[in-house]
Design a protein around this ligand. Structure first.
Ligand SMILES: Cc1cc2nc3c(=O)[nH]c(=O)nc-3n(C[C@H](O)[C@H](O)[C@H](O)COP(=O)(O)O)c2cc1C
Length: 416
């Protein structure tokens, strides 16, 4: 399943905030994601950025005047409202929020917003005191109560030079929310999906630890893809350098035992558990309370005793679809098949982490999917997001098979 923005009609509403220039970047990102973007600007917005600027990026006519006889609105004044899969208002001024909350329709943007049944995502930007003003907050609460999604402004330095909460949210947060809203009707709608990610960390002493090369990219891509397909996602993550996808509940953990507890809690009542984390098999038996000092001659060694960690996938059981990963450097299929059977998984993603363009840290991955009925599907090297969607395609088929009772359709043809 592709990006929920691909081939969708999105109206980008731009109002008269100094942050209007950031909407040009949003338009560009939307176009790159494959959306068809119709920009509708308020009169005040045109004081900050020219319609031509947006038009050059979207390659579509920009609407900035309800009364322009040559514009899209004059031909079919409710056309955009009806065609839109979603409307993103970014930036939204205090003025626009007030008018929206009162149902004004004095310009092209307000008319489109009042006349649409499409979901609306709003990213406000203004001075901190304008945002904190009870009137603004009342309008926000009213619009929220009507089902509109807000991407709240961030804290930071504002155009005035003052600091406060009012900066337009990060573009990834805005587009993440838009994707989440567009994905609501997806094939995982109403499902609860728990994903683990990253490499766990086992302390040796207060400053040293044992970890592995997992970057978390695969698990994060799965969490994002599940969100985009309508799932309610919990991401149980060991420390990574990645920003978690917006619209996903995040449970940060460090050790394998902490991950065990978090996964156990999150999996209660879940429909799917996908363990993409690289969990340390062993931990230090007795981590030192103080930093271990170098002792004696440099040639003297140091022995650290390791004890086994819990096997999370084996121990967290329940009535949910269970998906495991097997990172192997040799005998991939034999080892992966044994793991699938031993842990009673529904699906195992076997990953040869020794190959180029595959495994830890890479943006691409090469995996083989193994089903519990003996199905095997070998995927080519793909971006991790595409691998994530391929895994979720199988999960959706397994869930559908369960819905039909035993003997449901098998999720994939056997390729070999
Ligand atoms: C330089 C400048 C910057 C402004 N920036 C903002 C802003 O960031 N947020 C906001 O709510 N209003 C801002 N305003 C005020 C709005 O432009 C004004 O309320 C206008 O009527 C909004 O019209 P609109 O909501 O139809 O776009 C700014 C005004 C000026 C002159």
């Amino acid at each position: 399943m592709a990006d929920p923005l691909r081939d969708r009609f999105v109206v980008l509403g731009v109002s008269g905030s100094i942050a209007a220039y950031k909407a040009v970047d949003l338009a560009s990102r939307l176009v790159k994601a494959g959306a068809r973007v119709d920009v509708v600007m308020t009169k005040a917005a045109t004081q900050f950025v020219t319609p031509l600027c947006f038009q050059s990026i979207t390659h579509r006519r920009v609407v900035d005047d309800l009364w322009d006889r040559n514009s899209e609105m004059a031909v079919e004044h409710v056309g955009l409202a009806k065609r839109a899969a979603a409307i993103l208002v970014a930036p939204a001024t205090a003025d626009l929020l007030a008018k929206m909350a009162l149902g004004f329709a004095e310009d092209a943007l307000l008319t489109t917003l009042l006349d649409t049944r499409a979901p609306v995502v709003i990213a406000p930007a203004m001075e901190g005191d304008m945002w904190a003003n009870p009137l603004t907050q009342e309008h926000v609460a009213k619009l929220r109560s009507l089902g509109m999604a807000f991407v709240e402004p961030e804290e930071g330095r504002l155009a005035s030079g003052l600091s406060g909460r009012g900066r337009l949210a990060d573009p990834e947060a805005i587009l993440g929310t838009l994707r989440q809203v567009l994905g609501r009707g997806g094939d995982l709608a109403g499902r609860r999906v728990v994903v683990s990610a990253g490499g766990t960390q086992e302390p040796i002493d207060p400053v040293r630890l044992i970890t592995n090369r997992s970057s978390g990219k695969m698990g994060y891509a799965i969490a994002e893809a599940a969100r985009d397909r309508g799932a309610e996602v919990t991401l149980v993550t060991a420390p990574t350098a990645l920003a978690p996808p917006h619209g996903v509940a995040v449970a940060p953990v460090d050790t394998a035992r902490a991950m065990h507890r978090a996964v156990e809690g999150a999996a209660r009542g879940a429909d799917v558990l996908i363990m993409a984390a690289a969990v340390s098999d062993y931990r230090v038996a007795n981590p030192a309370e103080q930093k271990i000092k170098k002792r004696g001659e440099a040639a003297d060694g140091l022995t650290i005793e390791l004890v086994p960690n819990p096997d999370i996938l084996q121990e967290v059981t329940g009535d949910f679809v269970r998906v495991g990963f097997a990172a192997e450097t040799e005998d991939l299929l034999a080892n992966a098949g044994a793991k699938l059977r031993k842990k009673g998984l529904d699906l195992l993603v076997a990953n040869d982490v020794s190959g180029a363009g595959s495994g830890f840290g890479s943006d691409t991955n090469r995996v083989i999917l193994l089903g519990r009925g003996g199905e095997i599907e070998e995927l080519p090297i793909l971006p991790k997001r595409a691998v994530a969607d391929a895994i979720l395609d199988r999960v959706v088929a397994i869930l559908a098979g369960r819905g039909r009772g035993a003997g449901g359709r098998r999720w994939v043809e056997t390729h070999r």
